[in-house]
Design a protein around this ligand. Structure first.
Ligand SMILES: O=C(O)CCC(=O)C(=O)O
Length: 341
């Protein structure tokens, strides 16, 4: 077996253990502690603080009206979608090399970066009821994964994430809310659910399937921790019932060989919805035969620095992420593809 050579990178490469890979497959999520350095998270925390006090803003996102009180201004933002398209700082976190290192092992080696969300979740702000992310962001084949970075300590009181281990094996339930036609409708016996993401379990009927598991776990996190979760796993969060914030930066990715019909904000950007939208999403790591976008603010990734983050072996050999003799996941070219299995 030939081991991958590690290229020179600005961050220390995070090596995923085979045991972590297995835990991710088994539970549907993986909690990686201290993945992002404290000073980097502090910069994100300060930026959101400055937004809430009106000192800064994100281009294209309306600032709080001038007549608001300080308390009202702090409660003004709840969630901002796609900040990486207008804010260099957000692009840096979307393409953070240590987050992409983990993704490379879990769903890689080729990674496409799709979306970002900045959650403010101030005291009293709502959670998000049971849902499956692949319902909202379909990828074909479905390789979607979320990376949830804690900016504040997140616990039960201020509304941390809750996961249902094992539910990653479920299909994507179509929602009969009339908003989209998505879900695994090809299955002959699948019943549509109603009102996914609604916090009330009496309204959101995905809750009936999720609660049958009886094993929901809270995932409390510290700033710099990242929780990776697959697109099928049932998860939710509750309202922030504490007197402190629970901010998080959430990004979504898929394997760069998947077709991505999802084209968030197409309407805002003057485009027709429909067709593949891979060309709108950034190639973070590896290579692909499909179109992809460049990062707007120049954060380093495979799209603009292929020598650093692109295809690691310049040939057409079959390559896979595999366990090495030390228990780490590494990219390995197959020496003799004809006799591999
Ligand atoms: O951060 C939260 O409260 C919910 C996040 C979530 O469920 C998601 O990003 O899919």
């Amino acid at each position: 077996m030939v081991l991958a050579e590690t290229p020179q990178r600005s961050h220390e490469t995070y090596q995923v253990r085979v045991e972590d890979y297995k835990a991710f497959r088994r539970a549907g999520f993986l909690h990686v502690r201290n993945l992002v350095a404290a000073d980097e998270v502090a910069e994100l925390a300060q930026f959101t603080e400055d937004m809430m006090t009106g000192k800064t803003s994100i281009p294209g996102i309306p600032a709080p009206p001038a007549n608001l009180t300080d308390a009202e201004r702090r409660a003004y933002y709840e969630r901002i979608h796609m900040p990486h398209r207008s804010l260099a700082l957000a692009e840096r976190f979307l393409l953070h090399p240590r987050i992409i290192d983990v993704l490379e092992a879990l769903i890689g080696p080729d990674i496409l970066a799709l979306q970002t969300m900045l959650f403010f979740k101030q005291p009293g702000q709502a959670g998000q009821g049971f849902h499956q992310d692949s319902y909202y962001i379909p990828t074909q084949p479905d390789t979607l994964i979320g990376a949830w970075l804690a900016i504040d300590p997140a616990d039960e009181e201020n509304g941390c994430l809750w996961m249902t281990p094992g539910s990653q094996h479920e299909p994507i339930y179509p929602d009969c809310d009339g908003v989209t036609q998505q879900g695994d409708t090809i299955l002959s016996d699948i019943d549509p659910i109603k009102a996914a993401s609604h916090p009330d379990v009496a309204v959101n009927t995905l809750a009936r399937i999720a609660l049958e598991y009886g094993n929901e776990v809270k995932v409390e996190a510290e700033p710099g921790d990242v929780i990776f979760f697959g697109g099928h796993v049932f998860h939710r969060s509750h309202q922030n019932n504490a007197g402190r914030s629970r901010r998080a930066f959430v990004s979504h990715y898929c394997n760069a060989r998947s077709r991505v019909p999802w084209n968030h904000r197409a309407a805002y950007e003057g485009e027709e919805e429909g067709g593949a939208a891979n060309y709108k999403h950034i190639l973070a790591r590896g290579a692909t035969h499909l179109p992809y976008a460049q990062p707007k603010f120049g954060a380093l990734c495979a799209a603009n620095a292929p020598e650093l983050y692109g295809e690691r072996f310049d040939d057409h050999r079959v390559k896979s992420m595999m366990g090495d003799d030390n228990g780490f996941m590494v990219l390995v070219p197959h020496e003799d593809a004809d006799h591999d299995h």
